[in-house]
Design a protein around this ligand. Structure first.
Ligand code: ADP
Length: 256
């Protein structure tokens, strides 16, 4: 596959935290429409790579290109506005707010209140509001959140909270979705639902997905390709079953 067909391209990405060399020249290419898995033992650099891609911790070396445009060095909100939405390892919802309002927050990049426009063209603000509502309704429908739409996020189970986080990310109309352990802490039924929703979102919205996941059954079931990290370095890459069976990967896991 040529570099131009890759939606995401990380080239020799490195990141230090003081004396800790968390990522050591990692390269990865993700093609349009792929579900791409990131796996590796705890502390291997998966979240750091995701934080580099989404602008939370810019890499100190290397380049990151999204749709051919260099994004390393850009602020997280600009990367998000540019088409990459993410969820977090620990659910990061707006506490004390409803499911609906949390999902609406995903639209904030589209909300450009212009006092002049609202004054002279009141219909403009109304039209914008309808557009946001329509998108949010579509996402609520897709992720089957109708029955809890008015609930406070604090009182719904973790599995649903993670689904709301996914809904908020999707409401931003991303072209790429980055999921940091979306199934962590879920029971089997919640996990199966989440797998279904990720696949539905990817298929119906034509998204490219980068997913960190510890559950190898999930990785092998949904990912087109996988990168295995260990100690900040790339250990194996390829179709999940092959990458996971690589002797270096088996040794890294057993060695722990
Ligand atoms: P993983 O997601 O694979 O569990 P991380 O990317 O979270 O791994 O961590 C990789 C390494 O970088 C670890 O040694 C971790 O302690 C370190 N690290 C990550 N984030 C920070 C940070 N903000 N400050 C200091 N060290 C960090």
């Amino acid at each position: 596959m040529s570099a131009s067909e890759n939606v995401l391209q990380c080239e020799n990405v490195s990141r230090w935290f003081g004396g800790i060399h968390a990522l050591k020249g990692v390269s990865v290419s993700v093609a349009q429409g792929q579900i791409y898995g990131l796996v590796g033992p705890n502390g291997s650099g998966k979240t750091t790579l995701v934080n580099c891609i989404t602008g939370f911790y810019p890499p100190q070396e290397g380049r990151i290109l999204f749709e051919g445009r260099q994004i390393n060095g850009m602020k997280p909100h600009r990367i998000a506005a540019g088409g990459i939405a993410r969820t977090f390892q620990n659910v990061a919802l707006f506490r004390g707010m409803s499911v609906l309002d949390n999902i609406l927050m995903g639209r904030h990049n589209f909300m450009h209140p212009s006092p002049l426009a609202s004054l002279f063209y009141p219909w403009w603000g109304r039209r914008e509001e309808i557009k946001h509502r329509d998108k949010v309704e579509e996402v609520i429908d897709l992720l089957q959140l109708e029955s809890v739409r008015d609930e406070h996020v604090d009182v719904i189970p973790l599995g649903l909270q993670k689904r709301v986080e996914l809904a908020r990310a999707l409401s931003a109309e991303p072209r790429m979705l980055v999921l940091d352990e979306p199934m962590a802490g879920m029971n089997q039924e919640e996990k199966e639902y989440m797998v279904r929703f990720v696949l539905d979102a990817q298929e119906s919205l034509g998204l490219t997905v980068l997913i960190i996941e510890h559950h190898m059954d999930v990785i092998t079931a949904i990912c087109d390709r996988t990168l295995v990290l260990n100690d900040g370095m790339s250990l194996a890459e390829g179709p999940p079953k092959e990458a996971i069976a690589d002797p270096a990967v088996v040794a890294a896991y057993i060695g722990r």
